[in-house]
Write a protein that binds this ligand. Structure first.
Ligand code: UD1
Ligand code: CA
Length: 456
Protein backbone atom coordinates (compact mmCIF):
# COMPACT_ATOMS: atom_id res chain seq x y z
CA UNK A 1 0.00 0.00 0.00
CA UNK A 2 1.17 3.50 -0.87
CA UNK A 3 1.09 6.12 1.89
CA UNK A 4 1.86 9.72 1.03
CA UNK A 5 3.09 12.10 3.73
CA UNK A 6 3.07 15.80 2.87
CA UNK A 7 5.19 18.02 5.10
CA UNK A 8 3.47 21.31 5.74
CA UNK A 9 4.29 22.29 9.31
CA UNK A 10 6.96 24.89 8.62
CA UNK A 11 6.46 28.54 9.43
CA UNK A 12 7.24 30.12 6.09
CA UNK A 13 8.62 33.19 7.83
CA UNK A 14 10.04 34.70 4.65
CA UNK A 15 6.58 34.95 3.11
CA UNK A 16 5.92 37.79 5.61
CA UNK A 17 2.31 36.72 5.81
CA UNK A 18 -0.40 35.74 8.27
CA UNK A 19 -1.56 33.08 5.82
CA UNK A 20 0.16 29.68 6.32
CA UNK A 21 2.64 29.21 3.48
CA UNK A 22 1.01 26.14 1.90
CA UNK A 23 -2.27 28.09 1.52
CA UNK A 24 -0.60 30.70 -0.67
CA UNK A 25 -1.80 30.27 -4.24
CA UNK A 26 0.01 29.28 -7.35
CA UNK A 27 -2.03 29.62 -10.55
CA UNK A 28 -5.06 30.39 -8.38
CA UNK A 29 -4.83 27.24 -6.27
CA UNK A 30 -3.21 26.81 -2.84
CA UNK A 31 0.23 25.23 -3.12
CA UNK A 32 -0.94 22.32 -0.98
CA UNK A 33 -3.80 21.80 -3.45
CA UNK A 34 -1.30 21.30 -6.29
CA UNK A 35 0.64 18.76 -4.23
CA UNK A 36 -2.58 16.92 -3.39
CA UNK A 37 -3.84 16.82 -6.96
CA UNK A 38 -0.55 15.37 -8.15
CA UNK A 39 -0.38 12.94 -5.21
CA UNK A 40 -3.90 11.66 -5.90
CA UNK A 41 -2.90 10.61 -9.41
CA UNK A 42 -0.74 7.89 -7.79
CA UNK A 43 -3.84 6.28 -6.20
CA UNK A 44 -2.43 6.23 -2.67
CA UNK A 45 -4.14 4.31 0.12
CA UNK A 46 -3.55 7.21 2.48
CA UNK A 47 -2.55 10.86 2.30
CA UNK A 48 -1.34 12.40 5.55
CA UNK A 49 -0.57 16.09 5.85
CA UNK A 50 1.76 17.07 8.69
CA UNK A 51 0.61 20.46 9.94
CA UNK A 52 2.04 22.75 12.61
CA UNK A 53 2.18 26.49 12.03
CA UNK A 54 -1.33 27.64 11.19
CA UNK A 55 -2.53 24.03 11.52
CA UNK A 56 -6.16 25.04 12.10
CA UNK A 57 -6.29 27.21 9.00
CA UNK A 58 -4.67 24.56 6.83
CA UNK A 59 -7.08 21.89 8.12
CA UNK A 60 -10.02 24.22 7.65
CA UNK A 61 -8.88 25.14 4.14
CA UNK A 62 -8.85 21.47 3.17
CA UNK A 63 -11.79 20.24 5.26
CA UNK A 64 -13.63 19.35 2.04
CA UNK A 65 -11.01 16.73 1.19
CA UNK A 66 -12.24 13.69 3.09
CA UNK A 67 -9.41 11.49 1.87
CA UNK A 68 -6.92 13.56 3.89
CA UNK A 69 -5.62 12.80 7.36
CA UNK A 70 -3.81 15.36 9.44
CA UNK A 71 -0.94 14.83 11.87
CA UNK A 72 0.05 17.66 14.17
CA UNK A 73 3.71 18.57 14.63
CA UNK A 74 4.07 21.12 17.37
CA UNK A 75 6.78 22.26 17.98
CA UNK A 76 8.81 21.54 14.84
CA UNK A 77 12.07 19.67 15.33
CA UNK A 78 12.96 18.95 11.72
CA UNK A 79 11.82 16.92 8.74
CA UNK A 80 12.50 13.56 10.41
CA UNK A 81 10.51 14.65 13.45
CA UNK A 82 7.72 15.75 11.10
CA UNK A 83 7.44 12.34 9.46
CA UNK A 84 7.54 10.72 12.92
CA UNK A 85 4.25 12.50 13.72
CA UNK A 86 2.63 10.73 10.76
CA UNK A 87 3.89 7.26 11.75
CA UNK A 88 0.78 6.26 13.78
CA UNK A 89 -1.34 6.97 10.70
CA UNK A 90 0.75 4.97 8.22
CA UNK A 91 -1.06 1.91 6.95
CA UNK A 92 0.36 -1.42 5.83
CA UNK A 93 -1.41 -4.27 4.11
CA UNK A 94 1.64 -6.40 3.33
CA UNK A 95 1.45 -5.55 -0.35
CA UNK A 96 4.59 -3.56 -1.26
CA UNK A 97 4.10 -1.10 1.60
CA UNK A 98 5.80 2.15 0.75
CA UNK A 99 5.69 5.70 2.04
CA UNK A 100 6.33 8.68 -0.23
CA UNK A 101 7.32 11.99 1.39
CA UNK A 102 6.41 15.24 -0.36
CA UNK A 103 6.73 18.90 0.66
CA UNK A 104 3.70 21.18 0.80
CA UNK A 105 5.83 24.07 -0.42
CA UNK A 106 7.14 22.25 -3.49
CA UNK A 107 3.88 22.47 -5.39
CA UNK A 108 4.66 21.45 -8.94
CA UNK A 109 6.27 18.03 -8.77
CA UNK A 110 4.41 16.06 -11.44
CA UNK A 111 2.82 12.64 -11.04
CA UNK A 112 4.99 11.01 -13.74
CA UNK A 113 8.16 12.12 -11.93
CA UNK A 114 6.79 10.64 -8.69
CA UNK A 115 5.78 7.41 -10.41
CA UNK A 116 9.30 7.05 -11.79
CA UNK A 117 10.69 7.62 -8.29
CA UNK A 118 8.43 4.84 -6.96
CA UNK A 119 9.46 2.54 -9.81
CA UNK A 120 13.16 3.30 -9.18
CA UNK A 121 12.86 1.94 -5.64
CA UNK A 122 12.96 -1.64 -6.81
CA UNK A 123 12.03 -2.85 -3.33
CA UNK A 124 14.46 -0.52 -1.57
CA UNK A 125 14.27 3.22 -1.10
CA UNK A 126 14.62 6.03 -3.60
CA UNK A 127 15.45 9.70 -3.37
CA UNK A 128 14.64 12.36 -5.93
CA UNK A 129 17.87 14.19 -6.70
CA UNK A 130 19.04 16.79 -9.12
CA UNK A 131 22.31 18.34 -10.27
CA UNK A 132 22.47 22.10 -9.72
CA UNK A 133 25.02 24.68 -10.86
CA UNK A 134 24.67 26.30 -7.46
CA UNK A 135 23.87 23.65 -4.83
CA UNK A 136 24.29 26.09 -1.90
CA UNK A 137 21.89 25.40 0.96
CA UNK A 138 20.76 21.97 -0.20
CA UNK A 139 21.52 18.58 1.28
CA UNK A 140 24.20 16.85 -0.82
CA UNK A 141 24.06 13.30 -2.13
CA UNK A 142 27.20 11.46 -1.03
CA UNK A 143 28.04 8.49 -3.27
CA UNK A 144 30.81 5.89 -2.95
CA UNK A 145 33.37 5.02 -5.62
CA UNK A 146 30.89 2.66 -7.25
CA UNK A 147 28.50 5.60 -7.52
CA UNK A 148 26.09 4.15 -4.97
CA UNK A 149 24.23 6.58 -2.72
CA UNK A 150 25.71 6.38 0.80
CA UNK A 151 24.08 9.20 2.74
CA UNK A 152 22.81 12.76 2.54
CA UNK A 153 24.72 15.52 4.27
CA UNK A 154 23.04 18.85 4.99
CA UNK A 155 24.80 21.98 3.73
CA UNK A 156 25.37 23.19 7.28
CA UNK A 157 26.99 19.90 8.30
CA UNK A 158 29.01 19.36 5.14
CA UNK A 159 32.79 19.56 4.81
CA UNK A 160 34.44 21.82 2.24
CA UNK A 161 34.98 18.71 0.13
CA UNK A 162 31.27 17.79 0.35
CA UNK A 163 30.27 21.35 -0.57
CA UNK A 164 31.71 20.71 -4.03
CA UNK A 165 29.11 17.97 -4.67
CA UNK A 166 26.48 19.38 -7.01
CA UNK A 167 23.96 16.55 -6.79
CA UNK A 168 21.36 17.73 -4.29
CA UNK A 169 18.49 16.25 -2.34
CA UNK A 170 15.15 17.68 -3.51
CA UNK A 171 13.65 16.41 -0.24
CA UNK A 172 11.25 14.00 -1.93
CA UNK A 173 11.84 10.32 -1.17
CA UNK A 174 10.13 6.95 -0.99
CA UNK A 175 10.93 4.19 1.51
CA UNK A 176 9.49 0.84 2.57
CA UNK A 177 7.05 1.71 5.36
CA UNK A 178 8.22 -0.81 7.98
CA UNK A 179 11.86 0.21 7.49
CA UNK A 180 10.95 3.88 7.54
CA UNK A 181 9.31 3.50 10.97
CA UNK A 182 12.38 1.70 12.28
CA UNK A 183 14.85 4.23 10.84
CA UNK A 184 12.85 7.17 12.17
CA UNK A 185 13.10 5.66 15.67
CA UNK A 186 16.89 5.56 15.28
CA UNK A 187 17.71 9.09 14.05
CA UNK A 188 19.05 11.73 16.45
CA UNK A 189 19.55 15.47 16.45
CA UNK A 190 23.33 15.61 16.88
CA UNK A 191 23.94 17.99 14.01
CA UNK A 192 24.56 21.64 13.20
CA UNK A 193 20.85 22.54 13.44
CA UNK A 194 19.92 20.35 16.40
CA UNK A 195 17.11 18.88 14.30
CA UNK A 196 15.91 15.37 13.50
CA UNK A 197 16.79 15.06 9.82
CA UNK A 198 14.68 12.84 7.60
CA UNK A 199 17.72 12.67 5.34
CA UNK A 200 19.58 10.60 7.96
CA UNK A 201 17.45 7.56 7.07
CA UNK A 202 19.52 7.19 3.89
CA UNK A 203 22.66 6.35 5.89
CA UNK A 204 20.62 3.93 8.03
CA UNK A 205 19.28 2.18 4.93
CA UNK A 206 22.83 1.67 3.68
CA UNK A 207 23.82 0.30 7.12
CA UNK A 208 20.91 -2.14 6.91
CA UNK A 209 21.89 -3.14 3.36
CA UNK A 210 18.67 -1.78 1.88
CA UNK A 211 19.54 -0.41 -1.57
CA UNK A 212 19.11 3.33 -2.11
CA UNK A 213 18.38 4.49 -5.65
CA UNK A 214 18.23 7.99 -7.07
CA UNK A 215 15.79 9.23 -9.66
CA UNK A 216 15.46 12.67 -11.27
CA UNK A 217 12.58 14.99 -12.14
CA UNK A 218 11.59 15.40 -15.79
CA UNK A 219 11.86 19.21 -15.54
CA UNK A 220 13.90 21.39 -13.21
CA UNK A 221 10.95 23.58 -12.17
CA UNK A 222 9.12 20.60 -10.66
CA UNK A 223 11.24 20.59 -7.55
CA UNK A 224 11.45 24.34 -6.96
CA UNK A 225 10.24 25.25 -3.49
CA UNK A 226 8.57 28.45 -2.39
CA UNK A 227 10.08 30.19 0.63
CA UNK A 228 9.41 33.82 -0.27
CA UNK A 229 7.10 36.00 -2.35
CA UNK A 230 9.91 36.38 -4.86
CA UNK A 231 10.13 32.60 -5.33
CA UNK A 232 6.34 32.39 -5.44
CA UNK A 233 6.22 34.98 -8.24
CA UNK A 234 9.05 33.28 -10.14
CA UNK A 235 7.44 29.86 -9.90
CA UNK A 236 4.11 31.36 -10.98
CA UNK A 237 5.69 32.71 -14.16
CA UNK A 238 7.50 29.46 -14.76
CA UNK A 239 4.28 27.47 -14.43
CA UNK A 240 2.36 29.92 -16.63
CA UNK A 241 5.06 29.60 -19.29
CA UNK A 242 4.73 25.83 -19.06
CA UNK A 243 0.93 25.98 -19.45
CA UNK A 244 1.28 28.41 -22.36
CA UNK A 245 3.77 26.07 -24.02
CA UNK A 246 1.35 23.15 -23.66
CA UNK A 247 -1.45 25.14 -25.31
CA UNK A 248 0.79 26.32 -28.14
CA UNK A 249 1.77 22.71 -28.76
CA UNK A 250 -1.93 21.80 -28.93
CA UNK A 251 -2.37 24.39 -31.69
CA UNK A 252 -3.73 27.37 -29.75
CA UNK A 253 -2.40 30.79 -30.82
CA UNK A 254 -1.32 32.99 -27.92
CA UNK A 255 -0.51 36.53 -29.03
CA UNK A 256 2.14 36.56 -26.30
CA UNK A 257 2.76 33.44 -24.20
CA UNK A 258 4.37 35.66 -21.55
CA UNK A 259 1.11 37.57 -21.10
CA UNK A 260 -1.24 34.68 -20.48
CA UNK A 261 -2.61 33.44 -17.17
CA UNK A 262 -4.41 30.19 -16.56
CA UNK A 263 -5.74 29.57 -13.07
CA UNK A 264 -7.58 26.36 -13.70
CA UNK A 265 -8.30 24.26 -16.74
CA UNK A 266 -8.56 25.51 -20.31
CA UNK A 267 -9.86 23.17 -22.99
CA UNK A 268 -9.45 24.48 -26.52
CA UNK A 269 -10.62 23.31 -29.92
CA UNK A 270 -8.72 23.95 -33.13
CA UNK A 271 -7.53 27.37 -34.23
CA UNK A 272 -8.36 29.21 -31.05
CA UNK A 273 -6.77 32.66 -30.75
CA UNK A 274 -6.10 34.36 -27.42
CA UNK A 275 -4.84 37.92 -27.33
CA UNK A 276 -2.62 39.40 -24.61
CA UNK A 277 -3.46 39.89 -20.95
CA UNK A 278 -6.32 37.39 -20.60
CA UNK A 279 -7.01 35.47 -17.39
CA UNK A 280 -8.78 32.10 -17.45
CA UNK A 281 -10.13 30.71 -14.19
CA UNK A 282 -11.94 27.55 -13.17
CA UNK A 283 -12.92 25.37 -16.10
CA UNK A 284 -13.17 27.10 -19.44
CA UNK A 285 -13.97 25.48 -22.77
CA UNK A 286 -13.32 27.27 -26.04
CA UNK A 287 -14.60 25.52 -29.15
CA UNK A 288 -12.99 25.62 -32.60
CA UNK A 289 -12.19 29.05 -33.96
CA UNK A 290 -12.97 31.03 -30.81
CA UNK A 291 -11.14 34.36 -30.59
CA UNK A 292 -10.60 36.14 -27.30
CA UNK A 293 -9.60 39.79 -27.51
CA UNK A 294 -7.07 41.45 -25.20
CA UNK A 295 -7.57 41.75 -21.45
CA UNK A 296 -10.57 39.52 -20.97
CA UNK A 297 -11.35 37.51 -17.82
CA UNK A 298 -13.15 34.22 -18.42
CA UNK A 299 -14.17 31.98 -15.54
CA UNK A 300 -16.09 28.68 -15.63
CA UNK A 301 -17.54 29.30 -19.07
CA UNK A 302 -18.15 27.58 -22.38
CA UNK A 303 -17.83 29.44 -25.67
CA UNK A 304 -19.15 27.88 -28.85
CA UNK A 305 -17.52 27.47 -32.21
CA UNK A 306 -16.49 30.68 -33.97
CA UNK A 307 -17.55 32.96 -31.16
CA UNK A 308 -15.54 36.16 -30.79
CA UNK A 309 -15.04 37.98 -27.51
CA UNK A 310 -13.73 41.50 -27.91
CA UNK A 311 -11.40 43.40 -25.57
CA UNK A 312 -12.05 43.94 -21.87
CA UNK A 313 -14.95 41.56 -21.49
CA UNK A 314 -15.69 39.72 -18.25
CA UNK A 315 -17.39 36.34 -18.48
CA UNK A 316 -18.27 34.23 -15.46
CA UNK A 317 -20.34 31.02 -15.22
CA UNK A 318 -21.87 31.69 -18.60
CA UNK A 319 -22.52 29.71 -21.75
CA UNK A 320 -22.22 31.17 -25.20
CA UNK A 321 -23.29 29.24 -28.29
CA UNK A 322 -21.67 29.34 -31.73
CA UNK A 323 -20.74 32.42 -33.76
CA UNK A 324 -21.76 34.95 -31.13
CA UNK A 325 -20.14 38.38 -30.68
CA UNK A 326 -19.39 39.48 -27.14
CA UNK A 327 -17.91 42.82 -26.15
CA UNK A 328 -15.88 44.94 -26.11
CA UNK A 329 -16.61 45.76 -22.45
CA UNK A 330 -19.36 43.17 -22.02
CA UNK A 331 -20.15 41.46 -18.76
CA UNK A 332 -21.72 38.02 -18.67
CA UNK A 333 -22.57 36.99 -15.13
CA UNK A 334 -23.61 33.61 -13.70
CA UNK A 335 -26.46 31.98 -15.58
CA UNK A 336 -26.09 34.00 -18.77
CA UNK A 337 -26.91 31.82 -21.77
CA UNK A 338 -26.19 33.47 -25.05
CA UNK A 339 -27.58 31.89 -28.21
CA UNK A 340 -25.89 31.36 -31.53
CA UNK A 341 -25.12 34.48 -33.57
CA UNK A 342 -26.28 36.72 -30.75
CA UNK A 343 -24.51 40.02 -30.10
CA UNK A 344 -23.74 41.46 -26.68
CA UNK A 345 -22.04 44.81 -27.00
CA UNK A 346 -20.32 47.38 -24.86
CA UNK A 347 -21.49 47.99 -21.31
CA UNK A 348 -24.13 45.30 -21.45
CA UNK A 349 -24.55 43.20 -18.31
CA UNK A 350 -26.45 39.92 -18.50
CA UNK A 351 -27.30 37.72 -15.50
CA UNK A 352 -29.45 34.56 -15.13
CA UNK A 353 -30.94 35.15 -18.55
CA UNK A 354 -31.17 33.57 -21.94
CA UNK A 355 -30.63 35.60 -25.07
CA UNK A 356 -31.95 33.63 -28.04
CA UNK A 357 -30.45 32.99 -31.43
CA UNK A 358 -29.51 36.09 -33.40
CA UNK A 359 -30.74 38.48 -30.72
CA UNK A 360 -28.82 41.68 -30.11
CA UNK A 361 -28.13 43.86 -27.10
CA UNK A 362 -25.47 46.08 -28.53
CA UNK A 363 -25.11 48.93 -26.08
CA UNK A 364 -25.59 49.87 -22.42
CA UNK A 365 -28.15 47.48 -20.98
CA UNK A 366 -28.92 45.46 -17.88
CA UNK A 367 -30.62 42.16 -18.50
CA UNK A 368 -31.31 40.14 -15.36
CA UNK A 369 -33.70 37.22 -14.82
CA UNK A 370 -34.99 37.42 -18.38
CA UNK A 371 -35.97 34.92 -21.05
CA UNK A 372 -35.36 36.55 -24.38
CA UNK A 373 -36.28 34.74 -27.56
CA UNK A 374 -34.59 34.78 -30.96
CA UNK A 375 -34.09 37.76 -33.28
CA UNK A 376 -34.92 40.23 -30.53
CA UNK A 377 -33.43 43.71 -30.62
CA UNK A 378 -32.68 45.28 -27.26
CA UNK A 379 -32.14 49.02 -27.61
CA UNK A 380 -29.50 51.05 -25.82
CA UNK A 381 -30.28 51.83 -22.21
CA UNK A 382 -32.77 48.98 -21.74
CA UNK A 383 -33.11 47.78 -18.18
CA UNK A 384 -34.98 44.82 -16.76
CA UNK A 385 -36.20 45.99 -13.36
CA UNK A 386 -36.02 42.52 -11.85
CA UNK A 387 -35.77 43.43 -8.19
CA UNK A 388 -38.30 45.25 -6.04
CA UNK A 389 -35.91 45.44 -3.13
CA UNK A 390 -37.15 42.15 -1.68
CA UNK A 391 -37.98 39.66 -4.42
CA UNK A 392 -36.80 39.02 -7.95
CA UNK A 393 -39.09 38.55 -10.95
CA UNK A 394 -38.62 37.43 -14.53
CA UNK A 395 -39.05 39.30 -17.75
CA UNK A 396 -40.09 37.40 -20.86
CA UNK A 397 -39.45 38.83 -24.31
CA UNK A 398 -40.71 36.67 -27.15
CA UNK A 399 -39.16 36.10 -30.58
CA UNK A 400 -38.75 39.02 -32.93
CA UNK A 401 -39.64 41.71 -30.40
CA UNK A 402 -38.08 45.16 -30.71
CA UNK A 403 -37.33 46.99 -27.47
CA UNK A 404 -36.83 50.71 -28.05
CA UNK A 405 -33.99 52.55 -26.37
CA UNK A 406 -34.21 53.55 -22.72
CA UNK A 407 -36.97 51.10 -21.88
CA UNK A 408 -37.54 49.85 -18.36
CA UNK A 409 -39.26 46.48 -18.15
CA UNK A 410 -40.76 46.26 -14.66
CA UNK A 411 -40.87 42.52 -13.94
CA UNK A 412 -42.83 40.35 -13.90
CA UNK A 413 -43.73 41.40 -17.41
CA UNK A 414 -44.03 39.83 -20.86
CA UNK A 415 -43.45 41.25 -24.31
CA UNK A 416 -45.28 39.24 -26.99
CA UNK A 417 -43.92 37.94 -30.25
CA UNK A 418 -42.90 40.64 -32.74
CA UNK A 419 -44.11 43.36 -30.36
CA UNK A 420 -42.48 46.77 -30.56
CA UNK A 421 -41.86 48.86 -27.47
CA UNK A 422 -41.44 52.58 -28.06
CA UNK A 423 -38.34 54.31 -26.83
CA UNK A 424 -38.45 55.57 -23.28
CA UNK A 425 -41.23 53.23 -22.18
CA UNK A 426 -41.67 52.11 -18.60
CA UNK A 427 -43.41 48.81 -19.18
CA UNK A 428 -45.47 47.72 -16.18
CA UNK A 429 -48.05 45.56 -17.98
CA UNK A 430 -47.64 42.87 -20.62
CA UNK A 431 -47.20 44.15 -24.17
CA UNK A 432 -49.29 42.26 -26.74
CA UNK A 433 -47.76 40.47 -29.69
CA UNK A 434 -47.25 42.29 -32.95
CA UNK A 435 -48.29 45.74 -31.68
CA UNK A 436 -46.59 48.97 -30.69
CA UNK A 437 -46.74 49.62 -26.98
CA UNK A 438 -45.33 52.73 -25.41
CA UNK A 439 -45.71 54.80 -22.28
CA UNK A 440 -44.74 58.31 -23.04
CA UNK A 441 -46.07 61.81 -22.28
CA UNK A 442 -46.69 63.02 -25.82
CA UNK A 443 -44.47 65.73 -27.13
CA UNK A 444 -45.78 69.26 -27.37
CA UNK A 445 -44.34 72.60 -28.36
CA UNK A 446 -45.49 75.88 -26.74
CA UNK A 447 -45.93 78.60 -29.35
CA UNK A 448 -44.84 82.06 -28.26
CA UNK A 449 -42.77 80.81 -25.33
CA UNK A 450 -39.70 82.88 -24.57
CA UNK A 451 -36.65 82.16 -22.49
CA UNK A 452 -36.52 84.21 -19.31
CA UNK A 453 -33.97 87.01 -19.37
CA UNK A 454 -31.76 88.05 -16.49
CA UNK A 455 -33.19 90.91 -14.38
CA UNK A 456 -30.87 93.90 -14.30
C1 UD1 B 1 15.42 19.98 3.34
C2 UD1 B 1 16.37 18.75 3.32
C3 UD1 B 1 17.51 19.04 2.35
C4 UD1 B 1 16.98 19.36 0.99
C5 UD1 B 1 15.99 20.53 1.07
C6 UD1 B 1 15.33 20.71 -0.26
C7 UD1 B 1 16.30 17.74 5.54
C8 UD1 B 1 17.00 17.61 6.83
N1 UD1 B 1 16.87 18.54 4.65
O1 UD1 B 1 16.17 21.04 3.89
O2 UD1 B 1 18.36 17.89 2.26
O3 UD1 B 1 18.04 19.69 0.12
O4 UD1 B 1 14.96 20.25 2.02
O5 UD1 B 1 14.53 21.86 -0.22
O6 UD1 B 1 15.28 17.13 5.34
N2 UD1 B 1 9.01 20.85 7.73
C9 UD1 B 1 8.10 20.40 8.67
N3 UD1 B 1 8.49 20.29 9.95
C10 UD1 B 1 9.74 20.58 10.37
C11 UD1 B 1 10.68 21.04 9.42
C12 UD1 B 1 10.28 21.15 8.10
O7 UD1 B 1 6.96 20.12 8.32
O8 UD1 B 1 10.01 20.43 11.56
C13 UD1 B 1 8.60 20.97 6.34
C14 UD1 B 1 8.66 22.41 5.84
O9 UD1 B 1 7.42 23.05 6.03
C15 UD1 B 1 8.99 22.23 4.39
C16 UD1 B 1 9.82 20.95 4.35
O10 UD1 B 1 9.51 20.27 5.53
O11 UD1 B 1 7.84 22.00 3.61
C17 UD1 B 1 11.30 21.19 4.24
O12 UD1 B 1 11.72 21.97 5.31
P1 UD1 B 1 12.87 23.03 5.18
O13 UD1 B 1 13.13 23.66 6.48
O14 UD1 B 1 12.62 23.91 4.02
O15 UD1 B 1 14.10 22.04 4.84
P2 UD1 B 1 15.53 22.45 4.40
O16 UD1 B 1 16.31 22.82 5.60
O17 UD1 B 1 15.47 23.39 3.28
CA1 CA C 1 13.25 24.59 1.96
Amino acid sequence: MLNIVILAAGLGKRMQSDLPKVLHPLAGKPMLGHVLDNAKQLNPGRIIVVVGHGAERVQQGFSGHEELEFALQRPQHGTGHAVQQAVPLLQEDGNDDVTLVLYGDVPLVQADTLQRLLDARAGGMAVLTEKLDDPTGYGRIVRNEQGEVQRIVEHKDATAQEHTINEVNTGILAAPTAHLKDWLSRIDNNNAQGEFYLTDIVGLAVQDSIPVHASHPTSGWETLGVNSRVQQAQLERQWQAEQARRLLEQGVTLADPARFDLRGELICGRDVFIDVGCVFEGRVELADGVRIGPHCVVRDATLGQGTHVEAFSHIQEAQVADSARIGPFARLRPGAQIGAEAHVGNFVEIKKSTLGKGSKANHLAYIGDADIGSQVNIGAGTITCNYDGVNKYRTVIEDGAFIGSDTQLVAPVRVGKNATIGAGTTLTKDAPAGKLTLSRPFQSTLEGWKRPVKKT
